[in-house]
Design a protein around this ligand. Structure first.
Ligand code: SF4
Length: 389
């Protein structure tokens, strides 16, 4: 298949749905975690859950870069721009995530702080060149996919001799988080979250390859299938996971062969290794402190590190009362379990990060309306009720 509509073909989807129903054993349940928010959205947007037998369940994981950033780091970003008379640049979704005291970067901007939305690290570098008398801080977030462009920007800033450009680095690593989930008490001791296999991230894997997942597939005896983001990718990957589970195998398989290789993008990996090093630990929203799960800027590039150049204290902050984002990010609860879902919390008025980001689970539930049951009277929809998805 070459074109995107071929990966959304209804006929093929029905065929795959039949094959999955045939393969799935009626006497067991298959709990498959999609780590990545892109998969959560594909599942909801195209109704993939409806094409699965009852005993094949999707468990939503923490793979949304905006959702996993703890509130304390957003507080830090707000302080960085307000205390230093700087320009703070970041990606759009980040601006609306609630921080402490119901503040956000957008509200800080409305109050006069110079916060700017950018589409790339290159936009931030451009601002640094345009405003040489101002400190320009790039608020860097994201998984392994967004890390190489940040490394490029730091190297370019060095080559161009920019003295007013820094990066507030919040880049996090996928394999460490998956391992942490499998070691969590909810999975290991309490059995509150049952995970039989993983859909491996697609964009992340295009950079790091499939090799880093081999350790925990073997160690934790859970199969991993690297899956593309289209609905047929997700369905084919579900079939591959179910087959592995039926055969008692726990291997790393690659459904997304059109993009991902075992070794990944070696050039991007070398660039990241040149500029960044592992942090001993980093806090994730919902997962707490995760060892060796994030990157910091190497000492030789310290002049471009906002945490070295400015004061960035460690802040412990809490979610809005009633917001279930931490449990949703661990797969313990669903968005519809949150009392605020669809009442006070909507994409227009988000209370937590999972409703802000386009990759968040709450936004997926809300946007595609699959939790709603229309109450129809006389052919007219009179009320929309919430129901458990
Ligand atoms: S619905 Fe809103 S408040 Fe509830 S978990 Fe989701 S983002 Fe948090």
């Amino acid at each position: 298949m070459k074109y995107v509509d071929e990966f959304r073909d209804g006929k093929l989807a029905r065929k795959l749905s039949k094959a999955i129903a045939q393969e799935a054993d009626d006497n067991r349940t298959y709990n498959l975690m999609e780590f990545c928010g892109g998969h959560t959205h594909a599942i909801f947007r195209y109704g993939v859950q409806d094409l699965m037998p009852e005993n094949v369940k999707f468990v939503h994981g923490p793979g949304c870069p905006v959702c996993v950033l703890p509130i304390g780091r957003i507080d830090n970003a707000i302080a960085l721009v307000e205390d230093n008379d700087a320009i703070l640049c970041t990606y759009g979704d980040m601006m609306r995530v609630p921080a402490s005291g119901r503040k956000s970067l957008l509200k800080a901007k409305a109050a006069g702080a110079d916060v700017r939305m950018v589409y790339s690290t290159q936009d931030a570098l451009k601002l640094a060149r345009e405003f040489p008398d101002k400190e320009v801080i790039f608020f860097a977030i994201g998984f392994e996919t967004t890390t190489p462009p940040t490394a490029v920007a730091i190297k370019q800033a060095q080559a161009q001799g920019l003295k007013n450009f820094t990066v507030f680095c919040n880049h996090v690593l996928t394999p460490a988080a998956i391992q942490h989930i499998l070691q969590s008490p909810e999975v290991r001791e309490m059995g509150a979250v049952s995970i039989d296999g993983f859909f491996g991230p697609s964009h992340v894997s295009s950079v790091i390859g499939t090799e880093p997942y081999e350790f925990f597939a073997e160690e934790f005896q859970r199969p991993v299938v690297i899956a593309g983001f289209e609905p047929l990718d997700v369905m084919q990957s579900a079939l591959m996971l179910i087959s592995q589970l039926n055969e008692g195998r726990s291997e790393v398989e690659n459904e997304y062969t059109r993009v991902v290789t075992r070794e990944g993008n070696l050039k991007a990996q070398a660039l990241v290794a040149e500029v960044f090093e592992l942090r001993r630990e980093f806090e994730w929203r919902g997962l707490g402190m995760v060892p060796y799960s994030a990157l910091s800027i190497k000492e030789e590039f310290a002049e471009f590190d906002a945490e070295v150049r400015f004061s960035v204290p460690k802040i412990v902050a809490y979610d809005v009362k009633g917001c279930e984002c931490p449990s949703i990010l661990r797969g313990v609860k669903k968005p519809t379990d949150c009392k605020l879902f669809g009442t006070v919390c909507t994409p227009e008025n988000p209370m937590g990060s999972c409703m802000v980001s386009s990759e968040g689970a709450c936004a997926a539930y809300w946007s595609y309306g699959r939790f709603r049951q229309p109450d129809v009277k006389g052919g007219k929809v009179i009320k929309i009720e919430k129901e458990a998805a």
